[in-house]
Design a binder for this molecule. Structure first.
Ligand code: F6P
Length: 539
């Protein structure tokens, strides 16, 4: 495309232009290259861009019709072309009076009906009026799900921990490794435990296996029959038939729909564990935060559109700097699972190598997304970001206020945390020149080692405090960023065929491991490994 070529030429002109020069040339850069979206203050001044870069990127967005695809998504058109599905996670947070049609039917009333049902159920658990098989109130909630049916609620529960009902225990089981369920239930009283089986399809082998084992554990512990299941198991799914087959009363099923992608689903019924933890009102605040950014994305002009900007910056680094990865570095302990959540959102969405028509692309698509809370990273992998040979664009996320309820003595630590937050993006951008190192009296042979080239791009996202609404705003920001990138790269961001092959092969290999039968079609490496496993397993 001419717009892509123009960016390539511009990249050559920029060559090694340093952020030091860009800041020196424009005294207002630090205030000009910022955006305010809801409670989120975004600083993108420390990016390797000029006004011209941004204009050229917006031209690319116009040429690839990002806005057209966005509007089609919000209208409920079937933009997930390989699965012929609408992509309407935005409907999950739409206000009650919104009208969004899928196949001629307004889906908003059903969304609010399920939210109402979830709210009533959550209140019963929180108040203790829902009792288990033996009459005891529920004290423990165990969510069993995987991928989008686990990462969202598990992440959000951590993020909003200070808003949770502290008298309830929450656990999240995803791994088919029996150790996960074992550790989750070993100290729980079954009579006080509720299992939430979260699976869009209700066919996912890991989840159904864990759910079956959980049922066995419960019935054994309670010395009860199948009738105990109704009081201790609920399901979150689109598949009533399979839920019923499993033995969960469909009256205890919280529904969602095929137009909600797994990785876009934690604000649907999949968020039930979170709603029990924080209560329906806080959950609603979170949905309102999502909706605020949805509206921003839908209506803000390109120059002020934050998801558009963040998406285009990623296209810039992947396409023209050959950046392979993107770090997300939160300066909040509560965001410890945030990046893991974004990994599925981003990498399952944009880890594609054919375009929407099935042609192989010859441009970079989704990056490797990684990161952990920033201060810990500083003492582990930041060395490579600062002085390694790779370009790693990074998002820094921080908050002005510590979370409510922190012990007064610990509140004082917040400024130290945030001093690190600001220092790191400064060091990454501006580095330290050899002359600056020499001025400190460093021996000449150490000067190259102590020099920081700088010029490492970062986005800073700063909010006043980490509330349910702010969490919703952040997630929607990333959802739409991922959308923008998929639109520019012309890929289907909403299917995930890449996870299928491994599932099929695992099904074939399992009987070889357990019974030693079959496996003739295995390659020599896998066959030898399987044989070694069987020997070590004592078979
Ligand atoms: O295997 C990938 C995937 O389909 C994800 O997209 C999804 O979030 C996860 O598995 C779990 O699926 P389900 O909710 O149907 O159990």
């Amino acid at each position: 495309m001419p717009e892509w070529a123009a960016l390539g030429k511009h990249r050559e002109q920029l060559a090694d232009t340093h952020l030091r020069e860009l800041f020196a040339a424009d005294a207002d850069r630090g205030s000009r290259f910022t955006l305010q979206v809801g409670d989120l203050h975004l600083d993108y001044s420390k990016h390797l861009v000029t006004d011209e870069t941004l204009a050229l990127l917006r031209e690319l967005a116009a040429a690839t019709d990002v806005a057209g695809l966005r509007d089609a998504m919000f209208r409920g058109e079937k933009i997930n072309i390989t699965e012929k599905r609408a992509v309407l996670h935005t409907a999950l947070r739409a206000p009650r009076d919104a009208v969004i049609d899928v196949d001629g039917e307004n889906v908003v009333p059903a969304v609010h009906a399920v939210l109402g049902k979830m709210g009533a159920f959550s209140e019963r658990i929180r108040s203790g009026s829902w009792t288990g098989h033996t009459g005891k109130p529920i004290k423990n909630v165990v969510n069993i799900g995987i991928g989008g049916s686990d990462l969202g609620p598990a992440m959000a529960y951590e993020v909003l921990r200070s808003y949770t009902a502290r008298d309830l225990t929450f656990r999240f089981v995803s791994n088919v490794d029996g150790a996960d369920l074992h550790e989750a239930v070993r100290d729980l009283d079954a009579a006080e435990t509720l299992f939430i089986i979260a699976s869009k399809t209700f066919t996912t082998i890991e989840t159904i296996t864990n759910a079956t084992s959980a049922r066995t554990w419960l019935l054994d512990e309670l010395k009860a029959g199948q009738e105990a299941v109704a009081k201790h198991f609920v399901a979150l799914s689109t598949n009533a038939e399979k839920v019923d087959e499993f033995g969960i009363d469909t009256a205890n099923m919280f529904e969602f729909w095929d137009w909600v992608g797994g990785r876009y689903s934690y604000d649907s019924a999949i968020g039930l564990s979170l709603m029990i933890a924080i209560g329906p009102d806080r959950f609603r605040e979170m949905l309102d935060g999502f909706h605020l950014v949805d509206e921003h994305f839908r209506t803000a002009p390109p120059e002020e559109n934050a998801p558009l900007l963040l998406g285009l910056l990623g296209v810039w680094y992947g396409g023209f700097f050959d950046a392979q990865s993107h770090a997300v570095l939160p300066y909040s302990h509560y965001l410890s699972k945030f990046t893991a959540y974004l990994q599925q959102l981003d990498m399952e969405s944009n880890g594609k190598s054919v375009d929407r028509d099935g042609n192989r692309v010859d441009w970079q698509t989704g990056p490797v997304v990684w990161g952990t809370p920033g201060t810990n990273g500083q003492h582990a992998y930041y060395q490579l970001i600062h002085q390694g040979t790779k370009i790693i664009p990074a998002d820094f996320i921080g908050f002005a206020q510590p979370v409510p309820g922190l012990q007064p003595g610990l509140v004082a630590q917040h400024d130290l945390l945030m001093a690190n937050f600001f220092a790191q993006t400064q060091a990454l951008a501006f580095g330290k020149t050899p002359d600056e190192v020499r001025e400190e009296g460093v021996a000449e042979e150490l000067v190259p080692h102590k020099t920081f080239v700088g010029n490492h791009p970062t986005t800073t996202i700063l909010a006043k405090e980490l509330t349910p609404s702010v969490l919703g705003q952040l997630i929607a920001l990333y959802e739409h960023k991922v959308f923008v990138q998929g639109a520019v790269w012309n890929i289907d961001s909403f299917d995930q065929w890449g996870v299928e092959l491994g599932k099929v092969l695992a099904k074939r290999i399992e009987p070889v491991l357990t019974e030693g039968t079959g496996g003739e079609e295995l390659d020599s490496s896998t066959a030898a490994l399987v044989a070694a496993y069987r020997t070590l397993r004592g078979r």
